[in-house]
Design a protein around this ligand. Structure first.
Ligand code: AMP
Length: 215
């Protein structure tokens, strides 16, 4: 099993890059945020526990997240190539992933560290719109859909995520700085991190990311 990780703060463009890489590579896209949103909607035990954390911008427990990842990995053959988006988000999750991969001879080949201008993150997130059915990501100013409120890809309804409001975004940025940013050094020490400038257009980020993957 080969794994690549998309690392970066909220609004850095992980989800947008993942959508594009999914179409251009053979990686299976796994977003813990997407899995949690499905669980919240379905009202499962995990969903009920995750909802409060997600709405306030805090992290869901490492235990729940690692269980979700373990189950997801076990659903696919051992030669699968995974692209993790939004996971790991703490050192404990990174350690847990290392243990899971050790058991199945899996490796993390690349960590793409998306770097965006912090000033740009709040407007990026507050203007983000997501398709209810396929998860495609748009932006009211930077990447507007052809028809307002309608997904270009499948005609699904576009919605604003409950946590894409200024107050929650500020909390998510703080949580990123204290709990997730330490992963940059963690993976840099392993020599697998690639810094990707993510301040430009989605196409520019794609090009740099693809070049890093082929490195
Ligand atoms: P995302 O869709 O990646 O922006 O995640 C949305 C929210 O889901 C986060 O603000 C967290 O509350 C929760 N979440 C997603 N992934 C994780 C993770 N790996 N660890 C803890 N919480 C997570």
């Amino acid at each position: 099993m080969e794994v690549i990780i998309l690392l970066g703060g909220p609004g850095a463009g992980k989800g947008t890059l993942a959508e594009s890489l999914k179409d251009q590579t053979s990686y299976i896209h796994v977003s813990t945020g997407d899995i949690l949103r499905v669980a919240v909607k379905a009202g499962t035990d995990v969903g009920l526990e995750a909802k409060v954390c997600m709405e306030s911008g805090k992290l869901v427990s490492d235990e729940i997240i690692l269980k979700i990842i373990k189950e997801r990995i076990e659903q696919e053959p051992t030669d699968t190539k995974f692209m993790f988006d939004g996971f790991p988000r703490t050192i404990q999750q990174a350690e847990g992933l290392r243990e899971l991969l050790e058991e199945i001879n899996g490796t993390i080949t690349h960590v793409l560290n998306l770097i965006a201008d912090p000033q740009a993150l709040i407007p990026r997130l507050c203007g983000r719109r997501t398709c209810k059915t396929c998860g495609a990501i748009f932006h009211v100013v930077n990447m507007p859909p052809k028809e307002e409120g309608v997904c270009d890809l499948d005609g699904g309804e576009l919605y604003q995520r409950a946590d894409d409001n200024e107050e929650t975004v500020m909390k998510r940025l703080e949580v990123y700085k204290t709990q997730t940013a330490p992963l940059i050094d963690f993976y840099r020490n392993l020599g697998i991190i690639h810094d990707i400038a993510a301040g430009g257009t989605a196409e520019q980020t794609d090009t740099v990311a693809l070049a890093a993957l082929n490195d």
